[in-house]
Design a protein around this ligand. Structure first.
Ligand SMILES: [Zn+2]
Length: 96
């Protein structure tokens, strides 16, 4: 649900979370019980800093500047076959 900002004449502003389309033009101030008018504010649709934006930025950067791998991944042994199953019947299957 969106956050609506209200500005009281006597005190500071406050925010209310209301369903879309149900925000009144005038609300009751929680501090002084006076009338507070709804403020028109910019919607918070920025993706900057979010994990989605970081993923998109990394994908775009790797298209032009792919990172160079200097060594094998740590913890991965090379030269030995890795067993994926412990079932002895799988040992009889043909190997590529
Ligand atoms: Zn007030």
């Amino acid at each position: 649900m969106p956050v609506y900002e209200f500005r009281c004449v006597d005190c500071s502003g406050f925010e209310l979370i209301l369903p879309i389309g149900t925000a009144p033009d005038v609300a009751t101030c929680p501090s002084c019980q006076g009338d507070a008018r709804r403020r028109i504010t910019a919607p918070n649709v920025s993706r900057t800093g979010s994990s989605a934006f970081q993923l998109i930025d990394a994908a775009n950067r790797s298209a032009h500047e792919p990172s160079v791998v200097g060594s094998a991944k740590p913890g991965v042994r090379t030269g030995t076959t890795q067993r994926y199953t412990s079932n002895p019947l799988h040992q009889k299957l043909p190997r590529p």
